[in-house]
Ligand binder design. Structure first.
Ligand SMILES: [Zn+2]
Length: 216
């Protein structure tokens, strides 16, 4: 188990999720990783954001729909349901990914870090289908795992679209996160996840306390 982090303090494949997140970040796409586990806790599928990747086989790529969670969920069969399975994500799922988890009939979603801009937990208007297939959701984690993914999201947009909506939102609403994200290496700087994790830990940022962890 990697000792550069406290990710093994929580149940779940968080190391895998964060490594996929970092892989997406250095690939120059939106830094989100996601892992599916089955009813025994075994990792059954992995996915990462590939919106800005070059075309490749096997996962959604080069599309605004190529979210990490969707790419993990693509492995699931329509011939059965997955109420005992868990979708683990670095970042609070958006509307697309929460809906995808419902649609794939996964029973549980767990995320490491809130997403004040795109997160949809508690904001999805349930249909009758959702009511018939309840989705249990928990998150965020505490400490560095509960803040690093959102900082990387901001760092990605500072690099890709510094004048865009995401940066503007955080500059107005969470300026301390913008300042912290500016200190992170750019995707192309050749940095590693352990050193970035340590830098965020040294800064002592904590996840916002106002986030509600459950509900759809
Ligand atoms: Zn999503």
């Amino acid at each position: 188990m990697a000792r550069w982090s406290e990710l093994d303090a929580w149940d779940g494949p968080w190391i895998d999720v964060f490594v996929l997140m970092w892989e997406a970040y250095v690939a120059g796409t939106i830094p989100v990783g996601a892992v599916l586990t089955d009813e025994t806790g075994r990792v059954a599928a992995r996915g990462r954001n590939r919106i800005f990747d070059e075309p490749a086989d096997g996962e959604l790529v080069g599309s605004r729909l190529a979210h990490a969670e969707v790419n993990a969920l693509l492995a699931l069969s329509p011939e059965r349901t997955y109420e005992d399975w868990t979708l683990w994500s670095a970042l609070e799922p958006c509307h697309l990914c929460l809906s995808a988890a419902f649609t794939a009939r996964v029973g549980h979603v767990s995320f490491a870090c809130s997403d004040a801009y795109g997160g949809a937990v508690g904001r999805l208007l349930p249909s009758r289908d959702h009511a018939a297939h309840p989705l249990r959701i928990d998150g965020p984690l505490e400490g560095v795992p509960g803040v690093l993914p959102e900082l990387l999201l901001i760092a990605h947009y500072l690099w890709r679209r510094p004048e865009g909506d995401v940066v503007r939102f955080y500059a107005e609403r969470r300026p301390n996160l913008i300042e912290a994200a500016k200190e992170l290496p750019a995707p192309t700087d050749g940095a590693g996840l352990p050193e970035v994790y340590a830098a965020v830990r040294a800064r002592g940022l904590e996840p916002p306390r106002s986030v509600s962890p459950t509900g759809t």
